[in-house]
Design a protein around this ligand. Structure first.
Ligand code: NOJ
Length: 601
């Protein structure tokens, strides 16, 4: 898996984005579609043609990766939830993992998505790649569909599962034993129940059956081959870790550069089980802990202010790679920021934070247009309104656009350490630092005020804020009396000139050695770039946090070459500590990026 941090992800619920092709609206079950867009639990018409139509808008916004809700063919009936008939417009109730849902395509033949190389999905992927945008598919392995309501033609189709149109099994007649039949979860603190029992009546797959695993992994590889650059993985908490380890290994074996991140609901630094998952599964993770803190601090004005947010970043070293976290302000499973007390001004602070902090930011569709509906506190499904405007001049649009550019250009924003400079109720400032790259972000959620910042890693000089162009002078690492307007943010960026095009960059990452003050970590090895085992010429890594040192090394090497290397720790008094093991040996690819992740032994 490669770094994804130069990207800004945009997450859209396809059905609620743009209805470009009305011909696919009334599909197998016309009852499931509401042309008036009044019934929030039915299809409203968004489709892949709509996404293609708006690619230029999204590109201009700075979205370099799109995460789309699942595209699998969905159960057709309505499901009874507290008396309401709910359609699978959201995409999380699949019945055929090898077909595309009929509401999304323009030519109905395209539902047999793997039968042709010219489906609307192929065209979407090609149009995105032409614009240098990445495609992230949302995938589900934990479950298929729930039971339809009894009046739905009298048909109860819970868990009916197909392989490109051919019936495999169903929950009611599970000839293959592919479903757990343990009832619904009652004790959410029991990991066994969460993994082996049902979530909201969704037919829960039995991953111990090799037939099921082969089916689902084969299906996902086919989707990846359609041009996916990333996978967002649903409900990871609900399947055992060993399954995900096998799954991620197989996916990365198939396509090593895929970026994979999981949805562990409410996961993040504040949930130790999810931290273990992030460190052991091989995939990144959505950062709910940070989302909670952003919402509390900036929308709900919780006591402690920015200290709530800093408390989350303080735990970054719990992760082997905090850069693999995906940060967000809100999503389709919670009320939008603007529905829980957030104002447009505060939304700018929240966006500014995720755009500049560690991790990869993900913007929920419509945020740039202040899209929200506050019925029932904005809870699901009211957090999924139809996209209404495509205005490229809103302050939120301009902010995302400007900061996506900073992220793209500045290595410190992508992969630097994050160093707090001020954290109080109303004011927050941090730098991101990586080699000669630096970015300073300053936030004020209180009345207009001033702050003096010290130990700023920017070289002396005058810098202009990316958003307002207002200046700040750095002198001896100090910025005196920086003026902060009410509810405002400032971002000062210094990106080093990009290095010459190298054919191969090997990034060394080391976890598990907490350096004392003055200690530094290096890589020594058997090629000139690593000093040919001469410790004076060893390659220095960059400090990220107490659990992570890393750096990318451009390597020249003959085709088919290997490299042998070892991590060492140098202390200020000249003492050297070697890893207590034989050297690592790796065969090098001819070009591209190679990420070498290690834990100190
Ligand atoms: C998490 C998804 O984000 C949510 O929207 C969905 O309903 C559940 N998983 C079940 O798939």
């Amino acid at each position: 898996m490669q770094f994804f941090n130069e990207n800004t992800i945009y997450f859209l619920v396809v059905d609620r984005f743009l209805n470009s092709d009305p011909s696919n609206d009334n599909c197998r079950n016309p009852e499931a579609f509401d042309a008036a867009q009044k019934d929030w639990c039915k299809y409203w018409g968004g489709d892949l043609a709509g996404v293609i139509d708006k690619l230029d808008y999204l590109k201009e916004l700075g979205a370099s990766a799109l995460w789309l809700t699942p595209l699998f063919d969905q159960a057709d009936g309505l499901v009874d939830v507290e008396g309401r008939g709910i359609a699978a417009y959201h995409g999380y109730w699949a019945k055929d993992f090898k077909r595309m849902d009929e509401h999304l395509v323009s030519n109905q033949e395209d539902i047999r998505v793997f039968a042709s190389h010219d489906t609307i999905l192929d065209r979407l992927a090609a149009a995105m790649h032409k614009r240098d945008m990445k495609l992230i598919l949302d995938i589900v392995c934990n479950h298929s569909s729930p039971a339809h309501r009894p009046d739905d033609g009298g048909k109860v189709t819970k868990g009916e599962l197909y392989d490109d149109g051919e019936l495999l099994t169903s929950y009611e007649n599970d000839t293959l034993g592919w479903y757990h039949r343990n009832g619904g979860v009652t004790d959410w603190n029991s990991a066994w129940q969460v993994e082996n029992e049902e979530l909201c009546g969704l037919a829960d797959f039995n991953e111990s059956k090799i037939g099921y695993r082969t089916y689902i992994k084969e299906a996902m590889k086919l989707w990846v081959d359609k041009g996916a650059d990333g996978l967002r993985v649903d409900t990871v908490k609900h399947m055992p870790l060993w399954f995900w380890q096998e799954f991620v290994s197989d996916m990365l074996f198939h396509k090593p550069e895929l970026f994979i991140f999981g949805e562990w609901f409410q996961g993040g630094a504040n949930d130790p089980f999810s931290v273990h998952f992030a460190n052991a599964s091989g995939m990144g993770m959505l950062d709910f802990s940070l989302q909670n803190a952003i919402e509390s601090c900036l929308a709900k004005n919780a006591d402690g202010g920015f200290c709530c947010i800093e408390a989350v970043f303080k735990k970054d070293a719990l992760f082997n790679n905090c850069h693999e976290l995906v940060t967000f302000v809100d999503n389709h499973d919670m009320p939008r920021f603007l529905s829980v007390g957030g104002t447009p001004e505060r939304l700018r602070l929240a966006l500014g934070l995720i755009m500049t902090c560690r991790g990869t930011p993900c913007i929920y569709y419509g945020t740039e247009q202040y899209l929200h509906n506050d019925t029932n506190g904005g809870a699901d499904p009211y957090n999924r309104p139809m996209m209404e405007r495509w205005d490229a001049t809103t302050p939120a649009f301009k902010l995302i656009k400007a900061l996506a550019q900073v992220r793209k250009e500045n290595l410190a924003v992508q992969r630097g350490s994050q160093r707090v400079k001020s954290a109080s109720e109303n004011i927050y400032a941090y730098t991101r630092v990586y080699l000669d790259n630096c970015c300073l972000a300053v936030f004020n959620k209180g009345p207009a005020s001033e702050v003096t910042l010290e130990n700023i890693e920017l070289p002396d000089g005058v810098y202009t804020d990316v958003l307002t162009q207002s200046p700040a002078r750095v002198s001896g690492g100090k910025i005196e009396k920086l003026r902060l307007e009410k509810d405002s943010l400032l971002v000062f960026s210094r990106a080093a000139a990009p290095s010459d095009g190298h054919t191969l960059i090997v990034t060394f990452m080391l976890n598990g050695f907490k350096t004392a003050w003055g200690q530094k970590i290096f890589v020594t090895g058997n090629c000139p770039e690593l000093g040919n085992w001469d410790l004076d010429r060893a390659f220095p890594l960059e400090y990220i946090n107490d659990n992570l040192w890393m750096e990318g090394l451009p390597l020249k090497h003959p085709p088919g070459a290997s490299v042998a290397y070892k991590f060492i720790v140098k202390s200020p008094d000249g003492a050297v500590l070697y890893e207590d093991r034989p050297a690592h040996v790796r065969r090098l690819p001819p070009e591209g990026g190679l990420l070498l992740k290690h834990a100190w032994v």
